[in-house]
Design a protein around this ligand. Structure first.
Ligand SMILES: Cc1cc2nc3c(=O)[nH]c(=O)nc-3n(C[C@H](O)[C@H](O)[C@H](O)COP(=O)(O)OP(=O)(O)OC[C@H]3O[C@@H](n4cnc5c(N)ncnc54)[C@H](O)[C@@H]3O)c2cc1C
Length: 300
């Protein structure tokens, strides 16, 4: 694949060849991306996409890497990171944010302007683009309730606008998951006026719970599995006596069994073995199929 053309669009420091994805995932796991690109604005992104089309190059989009498990063989083609797309503004009770703005920053921005509805998201790692893609949620809140519309750049380079009803939100699902070639550029969030101090104390309370219950000091991607109807994943794994169980450096957190963690130098192969063992044991004992919430991508 010819990555030369990207140097006429991006500065040297915005292009990295053979970039270990372990540096860009909260798990700290993942082999090299052939070409890791960090466009700084929409125009650069549009031109990067044009080259990708011309070269018929495979590509993948990464936000904060907080829900990604990248295989040890890495990612062929281009990886576009949205992390430098950082514009955010208020329009009345709406917030319009670039996909690369962190979810925590967006929630803080809303709080400071007396806009309520994002309290649940203040402690969710990653970008607002990733959160809208995953329909991230916590403490009874979910992105589906606040995303009013999304602007994307399609594989054809055309800009599209989707209203909430068109995004087909369901539990940890959005239309964008079925359209992996579509890049989320901008999200408009609809919030309601509220008292900044009340919003702040609700967010503080959620963050206290997170620190108490979740292994935030360890490298993880949050809850590894989706919540099956009528069951709690952490409780099932704990009842199986698997808290602290490990395969190499991939382990079940001893603080919260729903979180799998990288104790140091875990490989993706170890993490996948651990995931498969847990799935088999849960199926055997409870008859429940655990489905990963983390997006597993890349080459073996
Ligand atoms: C400690 C911890 C706690 C967590 N707690 C929660 C929680 O409470 N609730 C919850 O729902 N999740 C939680 N997570 C998981 C994670 O934070 C969310 O899924 C988050 O929204 C992922 O955002 P990201 O930017 O990191 O996405 P990434 O991990 O970078 O990507 C995830 C998916 O989104 C796609 N994507 C990202 N950006 C774009 C874009 N601009 N356009 C198109 N596709 C895109 C990627 O291609 C990929 O398929 C937690 C993770 C950690 C590490």
């Amino acid at each position: 694949m010819n990555f030369e053309k990207f140097s006429s669009i991006l500065k040297k420091e915005q292009i990295r060849l053979h970039e270990p994805m372990a540096r860009h995932t909260t798990f700290g796991i993942g082999g090299p991306a052939d070409c890791f690109l960090m466009p700084a604005d929409r125009e650069e992104l549009r031109r990067v996409c044009a080259v990708i089309r011309e070269e018929e190059m495979p590509f993948f989009i990464v936000g904060g890497g907080a829900n990604l498990l990248v295989r040890d063989g890495g990612i062929r083609g281009a990886v576009i990171c949205t992390g430098r797309l950082q514009q955010i503004r208020q329009e009345g009770r709406y917030i319009v944010a670039d996909a690369g703005v962190s979810t925590a920053r967006t929630a803080r921005f809303a709080m400071e302007r007396g806009l309520s509805g994002m309290e649940f998201a203040g402690g969710i790692p990653g970008t607002i683009g990733g959160a809208a893609f995953m329909n991230a949620g916590a403490y009874g809140g979910e992105m589906s309730r606040i995303v009013a519309s999304a602007v994307t750049c399609g594989a054809d380079g055309v800009i599209h606008r989707y209203d909430r009803e068109q995004i087909g939100y369901a539990y940890r699902h959005s239309l964008f998951m079925d359209r992996p070639q579509e890049i989320l550029l901008e999200l408009t969030l609809e919030l309601t006026p509220g008292d900044p101090e009340t919003i702040r104390s609700e967010m503080d309370e959620y963050n206290r719970w997170r620190h108490e219950k979740q292994p935030l000091e360890a490298r993880s991607a949050g809850s590894t599995f989706k919540r099956p109807e009528g069951h709690f994943v952490g409780a099932m794994i704990e009842e199986l006596g698997l808290k602290g169980y490990s395969v190499g450096d991939a382990a079940v957190s001893s603080k919260h069994a729903g979180f799998l963690i990288n104790k140091g130098r875990a490989t993706c192969a170890e993490m996948l073995t651990l995931i498969h063992e847990i799935q088999a044991r849960v199926k055997e004992r409870y008859g429940v199929d655990l489905e990963p919430e983390v997006q597993i991508i890349g080459e073996e």
